[in-house]
Design a protein around this ligand. Structure first.
Ligand SMILES: O=C(O)CCC(=O)C(=O)O
Ligand SMILES: [Fe+2]
Length: 399
């Protein structure tokens, strides 16, 4: 192919594409382009508690490097310079360019773009210009990063377009692995080992037609907490797991008592309103059961996230507060249990896939995701010391 370009169809399965999109939804940050978000190995995965999510990236990255070496004939000559999963949000685009077109990008020798979802279904627009054809999940583009390969992406007009991008270099000094390893500990912190085993009913994989029917009945129930098939013990186990999901998502839930009624008023920037009276003893059984429950002295009224604006009238009584990384989530929940279950399944669920499913179904997906992270954490616990010894990240699969 002229310009040193290659296309490989179905390089990864659709299930792998979906897993990667989930990693991005859990860990993506604002990206380096307008209307663009990104999850990279260096940042933020290697710097946050999302370490277990490194593994799907590491596995794929090495397969991509091998695919490029095979096609270019540059065996054992290439190093991964940058790995990232990008989401192109509506109205994003990139004008014609080549990928080594800046002094600080000169080390980029090969560009690798793997599509994770479909044009026409998941999004509109977003055509890659020079291969020109439709973006299809699993399709891989490889091209030399120099001026012979000027390319661009047309604006995304609807939906989100996900890609996994790797740049390869011949220059070992530009290899990303030592930089990633410098952010990683030699062993995982014990907190990552605490995730409980999920109860079996979450994963009732039907083996008979009758099981399948029972499973379907369970899934179609709008409120699994009222499912007669679940015992009280099951309810508690389920709640604990959901609370654990929140912990993993760095969310905190607690109740506080509002001892007075406030009238709407303009709140000044400094939070000078009287602190609400918080009494953990009045928070009820749910409070006690929540591993994220805060002590009264930890709880504050604004959570640092509220910097002014119209304040709503607040009824006397107990309110549930959810806080994520220091910011109060502006939602009202009727109980801690309700907050935990709703936030847990919503946070672990791709926005575009939530429609048309019952809550119970999504809750199940959230718990599967938690279980997946737990398995990744177990694998990473083994891989980490080996990576440190070897000085590079590679696909170590002991299981
Ligand atoms: O997403 C694509 O199709 C290509 C993106 C691109 O050209 C780039 O990130 O440099
Ligand atoms: Fe590019």
């Amino acid at each position: 192919m002229s310009g040193r370009r290659w296309v490989v169809e179905e390089f990864i399965s659709r299930a792998e594409c979906r897993e990667l999109i989930r990693v991005h939804r859990a860990s993506g940050v604002v990206g380096y382009r307008d209307r663009f978000s990104v999850t990279t190995l260096r940042e933020p995965l290697a710097r946050t508690s999302d370490w277990p999510l490194l593994l799907p990236f590491v596995r794929l990255r090495d397969r991509l490097r091998d695919a490029v070496e095979e096609r270019t004939g540059e065996h054992l000559a290439l190093f991964v310079e940058w790995t990232g999963l990008s989401c192109w949000h509506p109205h994003s685009s990139i004008p014609p360019h080549y990928d080594s077109n800046r002094p600080y990008l000169e080390q980029r020798h090969y560009s690798v773009v793997l599509y994770l979802n479909d044009a026409g279904t998941d999004f509109d627009g977003g055509t890659f210009q020079f291969f020109g054809d439709k973006v299809i999940a699993g399709r891989l583009l490889i091209f030399a990063s120099g001026p012979e390969n000027i390319h661009g992406v047309t604006p995304i007009t609807r939906g989100e377009r996900f890609t996994f991008t790797v740049w390869l270099t011949r220059d070992e000094a530009c290899w990303e692995d030592p930089k990633i390893l410098s952010h990683l500990p030699s062993t995982l912190p014990p907190s990552l080992a605490l995730t409980p085993d999920p109860p079996a009913f979450f994963f009732s994989r039907p083996s008979t037609a009758a099981d399948a029917d029972a499973d379907a009945a369970k899934r179609s129930c709008t409120d699994p907490y009222s499912t007669p098939a679940l015992s009280q013990g099951d309810h508690e186990a389920k709640f604990d797991l959901e609370a654990e999901v929140l912990k993993q998502l760095e969310m905190e839930v607690w109740t506080r008592r509002v001892g007075h009624v406030r009238q709407p008023r303009k709140r000044p920037r400094t939070t000078d309103h009287p602190a609400a009276h918080i009494d953990p003893n009045r928070a009820g059984d749910d409070y006690a059961a929540t591993p994220n429950a805060q002590h009264a002295e930890d709880a504050d009224d604004g959570g640092g996230g509220d910097d002014g604006g119209e304040e709503e009238e607040e009824e006397e009584g107990e309110v549930v507060v959810v806080r994520w990384r220091g910011r109060v989530v502006p939602l009202r929940f009727e109980s801690v249990r309700r907050a935990v279950e709703l936030v847990a399944f919503a946070a672990a669920t791709p926005n575009d896939a939530r429609d048309g499913h019952e809550e119970g179904w999504w809750r199940q997906r959230a718990v599967e995701w938690l279980d997946h992270r737990r398995q990744l954490a177990a694998q990473l616990r083994v891989a980490l010391p080996k990576w440190k010894d070897a000085g590079c990240l590679y696909d170590y699969q002991p299981f």
